[in-house]
Design a protein around this ligand. Sequence first.
Ligand SMILES: C[S@@+](CC[C@H](N)C(=O)[O-])C[C@H]1O[C@@H](n2cnc3c(N)ncnc32)[C@H](O)[C@@H]1O
Length: 346
Amino acid sequence: MPTELKASKYRCPKCGSGDFAITTTRWTCGSCGQAYACSAGIPKLFLDETLGAQDRKLRDTLYDGLFGRLYQVTMPAIVMPVRPLSMSWPYWSAFAVVWVVLLGLVAAVVRAATSPHGLVLGMISLAVLVLIALFLAKQRYLLHLLWVAVPAWLSLARRPFSPAESFPQVHERVLAPLRAAGRRLQVLDVSTGSCNSLYRHGWMSLDADYTAIDLSETMLKQGSDMMSDAGVPVDLVLGDAMALPFQDGQFDVVTSYGAVNGLTDPPKAIAEMARVAKPGGVLLFLDEQMYSDPTPVERAYFMRVLSAHNVIHRCPVEAFPPELTDVRVSQVYQFYYICTARKAGG
Ligand SMILES: C[S@@+](CC[C@H](N)C(=O)[O-])C[C@H]1O[C@@H](n2cnc3c(N)ncnc32)[C@H](O)[C@@H]1O
């Protein structure tokens, strides 16, 4: 039986209306009639034809592909040079195995070419090497990770970095007043992916309702599984960060981790985050940005691996909308910033 959802936090991406007729499989805008599919309780509130080229490309080739399906493994592997060995040793072990296999294949080819023995093994090895080369030609960041991971790790290990304000300190600065707010808060996580960051970085300590949005079904499915395993109720939405399907001024807190720099139009996404924040609401987002003193090999790792899919490589403060005040950008790690800001008013 269809139900009416009026004056909700949601809005139709096509006409902006907040009236929806809702069934388990479909949300239909009461104003313009646009229908949006809904599956497993997750509405798909975006119009495919309005997606930016970069967002469509990353969704189709990365997040809905192998990288997204294996996200719990692929992401830690990419960041292993910046993580402590105690956390990243399984990935370094796998990395060593990859190198041993590659060198073994090359050795088999060389042996077949230079002696009368091992011709069949040499041919098979050559075929496997060609397939690997074709794969790496498409996944260039993995090709670069192969050569730059160890030099980057050695370089970073030689020069410890101490931030003026650390990752936990930035979070505590934002979270402490929110915990003391004395009312139930509304929290939105944009580009939530597997909901990992939303779950892990202190937001669960708030008295809050959670909403999380992402463009990739593959990623959001992992978020849905994780939050239901953790027993945390969350409203999940498939949608575009640059056209958030929410009414103005709905959220006390808007967060985003590891996404802003890679979107088609980062300033537009930040303007959208500001639009859906309540007056006086807080924005906190993290993404890649190089610290002031990188070595050439660290720069290569940053540009060719960590930030390879991004359209910008630092926090775009100069393009913030004027309603954002108290803007602070903290370089929390060698390659990551956190930006915090407050929406004027409230
Ligand atoms: C590197 S992942 C980060 C995921 C998560 N926030 C975390 O910290 O693990 C980037 C996420 O941005 C999402 N994304 C990319 N383009 C988007 C868009 N236009 N709108 C919403 N999400 C988008 C991807 O699907 C992916 O889940």
